[in-house]
Design a protein around this ligand. Structure first.
Ligand code: NAP
Length: 312
């Protein structure tokens, strides 16, 4: 008999029927609430909160197969207490997200969007030696706040641009250091020395609000801040203030604390590139993410261990 499972409807086009054998799928659109019933698995998008109430309403649930590498939308403690497995999609989105991080770094360093706006507005009067002067990357310092899979992939792209790499992490990454010349420092030094600071820590109680008025003030004047991790690592109002005052040079964000809502002062702040959470948005990557999520469900429902559990 096919297993009853809930799967985010937005993944339908990314999955082939052959991947869905033995599953009796109820497609759940992002704007629908999580229903009550006898489903044994759920494959949610990162925008769906899955916690105590959902677990109570889904008493037969065995696995939450999140379609994302981050899993701050799942109450892990409540899941573990009920013996429900939680899985994510690590690895497959690393390179796509690192590419997007670099798109933001280059866009801000070379004032790409301001240039596009100038041309589109019809106000461009021709080449000028001091027009839209940007930041020369060679010889500058890239700081990685967190150097896991994505942070390291961002760092590995830096040496050809002549950037020196500093990083923070709770555990040293010797292979990454050998490969790139990166140096592990404490958060104070990272903030003080980075010309470009790129955030790659997950959203956890420790990292929430790590970038706030006080830490922003410790960054170099004119520095560029990039966040392709999770929005709540930054206090958005404090970031808006720093940009308004001209302390921070620019900010490139893909993620926000309360998506899709973006703090109105941040939307209005100068020198930003604000993207709609598209870090992993390539077709190949999104297909792989959907595939891993479903493989985790198939594995657990056939009595095997999950492929990518978030806790063991
Ligand atoms: P990961 O491999 O788990 O890397 C996170 C790193 O952060 C770990 O290596 C960890 O190293 C470090 N870390 C954790 N807490 C820290 C702290 N308090 N201070 C300093 N470092 C800390 O995860 P990943 O695959 O690189 O993904 C990172 C995050 O990116 C995900 O959690 C997800 O939220 C986000 N993401 C966003 C998009 C997007 O579409 N924009 C796409 C993919 C992922 P230590 O354990 O050594 O500290």
């Amino acid at each position: 008999m096919a297993h009853p499972v809930l799967v985010a409807a937005e993944l339908k086009n990314l999955l082939e029927p052959t991947q869905l054998v033995d599953l009796d799928i109820t497609w759940l659109a992002a704007d629908q609430p999580t229903p009550k019933g006898d489903w044994v698995a759920i494959v949610p998008l990162l925008s769906r909160w899955v916690g105590g109430t959902e677990f109570k309403n889904l008493p037969k649930l065995r696995i939450v197969a999140n379609c994302a590498v981050g899993y701050n939308n799942v109450d892990l403690v409540a899941a573990e207490m009920r013996g429900i497995l939680v899985t994510n999609t690590p690895g497959v989105l690393t390179e796509a997200t690192a590419d997007l991080t670099w798109a933001l770094i280059l866009a801000l360093a070379r004032r790409l969007v301001e240039g596009v706006d100038l041309v589109r507005s019809g106000q461009w009067t021709g080449w000028h030696p001091e027009q839209l002067l940007g930041l020369e990357l060679r010889g500058r310092t890239l700081g990685l706040l967190g150097a896991g899979r994505i942070g390291q992939a961002v760092g590995r792209r830096a040496p050809p641009f002549g950037l020196r790499i500093l990083y923070t992490a709770r555990t040293p990454k010797p292979e990454f250091e050998r490969e790139t010349g990166a140096r592990r420092v404490d958060t104070n030094q990272l903030l003080a020395d980075s010309d470009i600071l790129s955030i790659h820590v997950p959203s956890t109680p420790e990292t929430k609000g790590m970038i706030n008025g006080e830490t922003l003030a410790r960054m170099k004047r004119g520095a560029i801040l990039i966040n392709t991790s999770r929005g709540d690592v930054i206090r958005e109002e404090a970031l808006a203030t720093s940009l308004e005052l001209g302390h921070l040079g620019a900010a490139g964000l893909d993620v926000y604390a309360d998506e899709p809502h973006i703090h109105r002062r941040l939307r209005a702040a100068p020198r930003t590139v604000l993207l709609p959470h598209i870090g992993s948005a390539t077709e190949a990557t999104r297909r792989k993410m959907a595939a891993i999520a479903i493989e985790n469900v198939q594995s657990v429902l056939s009595g095997k261990p999950p492929l990518t559990p978030v806790y063991s």
